[in-house]
Design a protein around this ligand. Structure first.
Ligand code: PGA
Length: 256
């Protein structure tokens, strides 16, 4: 694991943007796994400003609410088009976001997995983290081998996400999410976390025991997992000085 600690969300975002930009330059037909929420908003703004070529890029989003129409302002379809896709030259046929209105959800999920495999697999999976350590919408006690499926949100996640909706009662209970097994097959995982509210989940994810109670801990088993976090999110890490020391001494060829 590489733990990159930066003073602010802005500087952490710039590093994440450079990692993605480098991938798109080296592999113009890269397959990206994308995330939603407040954390990647700055990143998408930065990527748009970089004017990269998205014409051959394929994307798969992590998750979507069940039952919201795609044009609903809080649907992740809406989020992705507003924050990224409509500002870049991506081919809409290459955009994949779980369909929260699919008539047969298990069949849709199996097809989503098949499409990821047909695309050659995800080169880089962007992740946020929930205050409970969820990745995608894989809540605590999700199977660490899970695949894309329906999940029921915890009360905490519904509370956390109520800020985007008018009230908590409007937050859907059910979602489709890529599984933890699906996420683990990405060739590179890039997790972003900002703010003190994420400090506990980050400390557990990086330095705690691997357990389904904190799904992000499974990233300790990923051969290429990068965490790009701000100072506030790093505050409970025991080895934070070591992570800074490593980053400051990266050989030139490893720098982004
Ligand atoms: P946030 O959500 O970026 O809005 O904090 C992260 C998550 O729940 O995965």
């Amino acid at each position: 694991m590489e733990i990159i600690i930066q003073p602010t969300p802005e500087t952490a975002t710039q590093i994440a943007a450079r990692i993605i930009a480098r991938l798109l330059r080296e592999k113009p037909n890269a397959v990206l796994g994308l995330a939603t929420g407040s954390t990647p908003v700055l990143l998408y703004r930065e990527l748009v400003a970089m004017k990269l070529d998205w014409s051959r890029v394929t994307t798969f989003n992590l998750d979507e609410y069940i039952g919201l129409p795609p044009e609903h302002p809080q649907s992740y379809h809406h989020f992705m088009w507003e924050n990224l896709f409509r500002h870049v030259n991506i081919d809409p046929n290459n955009v994949h976001i779980p369909d929260g209105n699919a008539r047969d959800i298990p069949a849709f999920c199996a097809d989503y997995e098949a499409r990821i495999a047909q695309s050659g697999g995800i080169d880089l999976q962007l992740l946020g983290i929930g205050t409970d350590g969820h990745i995608g919408f894989n809540e605590s006690t999700s199977s660490l081998a899970s695949r894309t499926r329906i999940k029921t949100l915890t009360e905490q996640t519904r509370k956390d996400n109520a800020r985007f909706f008018g009230s908590e009662s409007e937050v859907p209970y059910h979602v489709i999410t890529m599984g933890i097994g699906t996420i683990m097959e990405a060739r590179h995982t890039l997790l972003l976390a900002f703010g003190q509210s994420k400090a506990r989940a980050i400390a557990a994810a990086v330095e705690g025991p691997i357990m389904a109670m904190n799904p992000a801990t499974i990233l300790q088993m990923h051969p290429t997992a990068t965490f790009c976090i701000d100072q506030a999110a790093s505050e409970q890490l025991k080895l934070q000085d070591y992570y800074r020391w490593v980053f400051d001494r990266k050989p030139e060829w490893q720098r982004v």
